[in-house]
Design a binder for this molecule. Structure first.
Ligand code: SF4
Length: 287
């Protein structure tokens, strides 16, 4: 499946984009679109239930490297963020902290980037009172974006750096948000392209190899990239480079990345003196 292909189908028909995606999935997998949609609904239900349960809750990871930042944000009167961004940022932190403390999450597309899409979906529900049906339709667009990236490129930090995980999550979230407000497939492609380009080149550099620093807070930042790029797309701002080409470019960047910058914990922020001291302290505690 390429984005160009499904976009052309959308332009040639009067069929809603989420239905085109479900039909295309049926052609590719042989699965009944009703079953595919029910599976998507189930994932959304888990994401929203966990988002609700963990919203602003105190978490602490086993390593002690991360936690309790969603609770700081919920107890802070925002000076800069609007309501939607504020709710999304708390949700992204809560979900990623929940993952770091072994809670239940939906890998979307991966565990490390699990906070971005729920942040958007939960903010739609909480701030815009979105109906489940519309959230599921929007999530189907996220699924197609993630699928295209997984097939044409990679969604693995070990293979393509954090751009492949967090970048993909932001593209998925941005497209979902754009679909919710516009039902316009072309705008969704622009939103996803803008988001992925914004995070292109992002390295995977987890401190000590734990999916915590910088992962947890990166989820929160990426949720805001998704919101900004969706707003731009809704305003009619276009990505000059089409989505499929952006995905190919991301793949080439991933291939050029040194392995130290692909989940080994041997590059980037993981090699700072503070990071190394934190890892030494954990080793001593765990002896
Ligand atoms: S830094 Fe690596 S482990 Fe952390 S979220 Fe990004 S890709 Fe995943």
């Amino acid at each position: 499946m390429t984005f160009k292909h499904i976009l052309e189908m959308w332009k040639e028909t009067n069929i809603p984009f989420d239905e085109i995606i479900l039909t295309e999935e049926m052609v590719e997998t042989g699965m009944d679109p009703v079953i595919i949609k029910n599976n998507m609904k189930r994932l959304v239900e888990v994401m929203i239930t966990e988002a609700e349960k963990n919203y602003g809750k105190k978490h602490e990871s086993l390593t002690g490297l991360t936690g309790n930042n969603a609770s700081k944000l919920i107890n802070h009167n925002p000076k800069i963020l609007g309501e939607f961004n504020y709710v999304a940022t708390i949700t992204a932190l809560s979900t990623a902290e929940n993952n770091a403390s072994m809670g239940r999450i939906v890998a979307c597309p991966t565990a490390g980037s699990c906070g971005v899409v729920p942040a958007i979906l939960f903010a739609l529900k909480k701030v815009h009172n979105a109906k489940m049906e519309d959230i599921v339709s929007s999530f189907i667009i996220s699924g197609a974006i993630g699928n295209i990236i997984a097939k044409k490129s990679t969604i693995s930090g070990a293979a393509g750096g954090c751009q492949a995980e967090i970048g993909t999550a932001a593209a998925m979230a941005s497209a979902a948000l754009t679909y919710y407000f516009s039902k316009d497939a072309e705008k969704c492609g622009h939103a996803a392209s803008l988001a992925l380009k914004s995070l292109m080149g992002l390295v995977c550099d987890p401190v000590g190899g734990f999916v915590e620093i910088p992962c947890v807070k990166r989820n929160a930042s990426a949720a805001n990239v998704a919101i900004t790029t969706a707003e731009m797309a809704l305003a009619g701002i276009e990505s000059v480079i089409p989505f499929d080409e952006v995905v190919d470019a991301m793949y080439r960047v991933g291939k050029m990345m040194h392995e130290d910058l692909r989940e080994t914990g041997n590059g980037g922020i993981a090699t700072t003196p503070t990071a190394q001291k934190l890892v030494e302290d954990i080793k001593k505690r765990w002896k």
